[in-house]
Every structure is written in C-alpha cells, then in structure tokens.
Unconditional design. Structure first.
Length: 149
C-alpha cells in the first residue's frame, strides 16, 4: 500500500485536513503532511480549519502539529501530493533525482471534475468549509485511483 505525504505552505490548513481525511477514508494508509515553509512548525492546525474539518467531514485535527517538509520525506513516501502549483514547484526544486515521478498536484490529479488547478488557501481567502469539501472530493478520488482502503 502506498504511503502518502500532503504538502502545502504552512501545514496548518490544506495539507493538515488532507492528512486527516485520508486517515478517515483509508485508515491503513501511512499518511503525513508537511509545509514548504517552516514558519508554523510545531503549531496545531488553525482553529478555523479544525472547526471546518469537524463540522463538514467529522474529522478531528486536534492532535495535528505542523512540520516542514524535508528531502527525506520525498525519498520516504510513495506519493508526494502538493496542494497548489507553487508548492509543487518548491517540491520539484528540492526533489532528489529519481523521485520526481512521485510528485502530484491534488485537485487536477484526483478531482478533475472540480476543474480547479490549485486548492485555495483559506488562510488568505477564507472559505474553510469549501476547502474541506474540495479536499474530501479529491481524497475520495485518491482512494479510488490508487486503490487505497
């Protein structure tokens, strides 16, 4: 079974909820999340995302703590899924040779029906409930496409 790491900027919103949702929908999968920036390392998921994850998807993010993505993560995990194109570019720039094929962009890869390139960052644009819904749609697509359960 593939292992998965989700990556966004700060690891307090989008990648955190993606991790929680994949744990819910494919509990046997090894899953983590991280941020390309380390400015929130050690912090919990944002209060707004914790509330949205709980109300929209019945996911508890209270134990989440942000971490910064490391080169070792790109080597260790089978799938490295970026939440937006900026973070995907960052991951490509740090990716060790031979691991580039692991990199994916969440929404176009696993929820093309949403017709969205990037997962909106609610830290800047709001819409936490909508972000949780979009990410859950993509997580269900991931579970199906990658045969996770």
């Amino acid at each position: 079974m593939p292992s998965v790491i989700f990556v966004c900027l700060g690891n307090i919103n989008r990648s955190a909820v993606a991790e929680g949702l994949l744990k819910k929908h494919a509990p046997a999968t090894v899953v983590k999340s991280a941020g390309t920036g380390g400015h929130f390392a050690g912090n919990p998921a944002s209060p707004e995302m914790r509330a949205a994850a709980k109300s929209v998807a019945k996911v508890d993010l209270s134990q989440h703590r942000a971490k910064k993505v490391e080169v070792a993560d790109l080597e260790k995990f089978d799938l490295v899924i970026a939440m937006d194109s900026d973070n995907l570019s960052h991951l490509k720039s740090m990716c060790p040779k031979g691991h580039e094929a692991k990199l994916r962009l969440l929404l176009p890869t696993y929820a093309p029906e949403l017709e969205m390139e990037d997962t909106p960052d609610p830290y800047f644009v709001g819409g936490y409930d909508k972000v949780v819904s979009a990410v859950e749609t993509a997580i269900l697509g991931l579970v199906k496409k990658e045969s996770l359960s």
